[in-house]
Design a protein around this ligand. Structure first.
Ligand code: CUA
Length: 336
């Protein structure tokens, strides 16, 4: 009985950790997203009140002054010109409303932007590419793509992760609705953003600025983990491919192909930075910035011709023979 309960608890906790969260700004799980949800509700309430007043006046006017049987159509209704009271009312009230909206919005923006990260905060550099995300952990020497591992926040309202946002090409925008509002990634300009996810799990996000053909498939996942799990992940990611005994048998084909010009496999001759770092490819859940789940069949199809799953993406079909394809996939699958 006791064991059953413990098992149920354990299953509950593992399924919660793997849970895919929703992309809904009204279900925030971090401080910046809380502030923005409250602001959105406040603005919605004010605009809803305006809508109700305006709609009620229109309905009243339509009903009260509709044409009735016996109306003399040749006679105009009384024409009113120049009422100071009405002029003042419809000038002053909207100005007051606009000032309230500006004031509240500025306060929320300042509270999110001016939070300074404590020294212990995890720092990540997120670089937008057409059409994927490069994720760098400068303090750990870790580079990955599309899936951002971060620790959950244990102190409310303190940045658990501080993101520096850059772009390699065009303007992209980071948006994980349950964690924070949008922030652009702009070439030659650094933007900053912080997040403090309260619960472990997978937070889904998306590029939120049109950036070309595959903008819609520039997906993003933030994987919030307990600090111990995060540290374990980071120390695995820090390892170079030299430490990986499985690689030696299958590396020749990959190293001989032009894959190495665009992709990095740490500790090998593959030192490209144009495409995602592949050193620990198999630790990621998806391929092609979220278009495919990372299964062996999908990986094979992707390497064979990425243009099928993601037309227009910058990785060409390498026209590999069946043998080469087998060897490349075997190599990639050894990148744990
Ligand atoms: Cu990147 Cu849209």
């Amino acid at each position: 009985m006791f064991a059953l309960a413990a098992l149920a608890l354990l299953q509950g906790s593992t399924s919660a950790a793997a849970e895919h969260r929703v992309t809904n700004i009204f279900r925030p799980l971090a401080t910046p997203a809380d502030a923005e949800r409250n602001l959105a509700l406040f603005v919605l309430a004010i605009t809803a009140a305006i809508f109700v007043v305006v709609a009620a006046l229109i309905v009243y006017t339509i009903v009260r002054f509709r044409r009735r049987a016996g109306d003399d159509t040749r006679q105009e209704p009384p024409q009113v010109y120049g009422s100071n009271q009405i002029e003042v009312a419809w000038t002053v009230i909207p100005i007051l409303i606009v000032f309230v909206l500006i004031g509240v919005t500025a306060r929320v923006i300042a509270s999110v932007q001016n939070a300074s990260p404590p020294p212990s905060t995890l720092k990540i550099t997120l670089i937008g590419h057409q059409w994927w995300w490069e994720v760098r952990y400068p303090d750990f020497g870790v580079v990955t793509a599309n899936e951002i591992h971060v620790p959950v926040s244990r102190v409310d309202g303190q940045p658990a992760t501080y993101l520096r946002l850059e772009s390699m090409d065009v303007i992209h925008s980071f948006w994980v609705p349950q964690l924070s509002g949008k922030m652009d990634l702009i070439p030659n300009r650094d933007n900053f953003l912080w997040i403090d996810p309260r619960e472990p799990g997978i937070y889904l996000g998306n590029c939120a600025e049109y950036c070309g053909t595959q903008h819609a498939n520039m997906l993003l996942r933030v994987i919030a983990q307990e600090p111990a799990d995060f540290n374990r992940w980071a120390s695995e990611q820090r390892k170079s491919a030299e430490d990986n005994p499985q690689l030696s048998e299958v590396k020749a084909t990959f190293q001989s192909l032009s894959c190495v010009n665009c992709h990095m496999v740490k500790g090998t001759g593959a030192i490209g930075r144009f495409g995602p770092d592949l050193t620990h490819l198999m630790s990621r859940q998806t391929i092609g910035a979220g278009v495919l789940t990372n299964t062996s069949a999908n990986l094979r199809a992707w390497v064979n011709d990425p243009q099928v799953a993601k037309p227009g993406c910058l990785m060409p079909s390498m026209k590999l023979t069946g043998d080469q394809l087998d060897q490349v996939v075997a190599y990639l699958q050894a990148l744990k």
